[in-house]
Unconditional design. Structure first.
Length: 195
């Protein structure tokens, strides 16, 4: 069977689903006209942007979502304040965050301070305060709890202003602008021959 794989650059303020919860919501249906059995692998919150993979390959979907397979996802994060090397060390060690009603120690991850990535400006733009600078970091996780990246940065004292998923496994945003998509292959994602 031939499966479909689509890389989509989800804009800010768009739900990672095809149905509206209220009439004013923007959804994937506003950008993609695809077969009904093709769904997003995982989610990006409405206030997050970046790479969303859609497929009808249920086996791949399971492999990408099950934490035991440790597939990496990289995010570019703009935060309030000037992030420090100490904060990066705390992120990499795995801070404790609230998940549901319980506290959860996140897995170790990779993080680093980065220059502002080459991204289009967000629409609407983030709030800017003259007295408080902003800075950027990159973080790569192999797990995905609800709003995990935002909670991790908040736990180390750096609230997130903008969150962009830059890559899933070996697939990235190259050649896409918000609202655009391209058909990709399993090889593009896994960087190996399809099974």
């Amino acid at each position: 069977m031939r499966y479909t794989y689509i890389a989509f650059y989800k804009p800010f303020d768009v739900l990672s689903q095809f149905t509206k919860e209220i009439e004013t919501h923007k959804t994937l249906a506003d950008y993609l006209n695809i077969a009904k059995d093709i769904y997003p692998v995982g989610r990006l919150d409405r206030d997050s942007e970046g790479l969303l993979l859609l497929t009808d390959d249920k086996r791949l979907n399971h492999k990408l979502l099950d934490p035991k397979y440790n597939h990496p996802r990289t995010y570019w994060v703009q935060v309030d304040g000037t992030i420090t090397s100490g904060a990066i060390v705390a992120l990499e060690a795995g801070p404790v965050i609230k998940v549901g009603k319980s506290m959860y120690k996140t897995q170790k991850c990779k993080a680093k301070i980065i220059d502002r990535p080459n991204l289009p400006d967000r629409i609407p733009p983030i709030r800017v305060r003259k007295s408080i600078p902003t800075s950027w970091a990159s973080i790569t996780l192999t797990e995905g709890k609800n709003r995990q990246v935002r909670k991790m940065f908040a736990s180390i004292g750096f609230p997130v202003l903008r969150l962009v998923r830059a890559s899933i496994q070996n697939l990235d945003l190259s050649g896409l602008i918000p609202g655009e998509h391209r058909v990709v292959t399993k090889f593009d994602l896994l960087n190996r021959e399809p099974e």
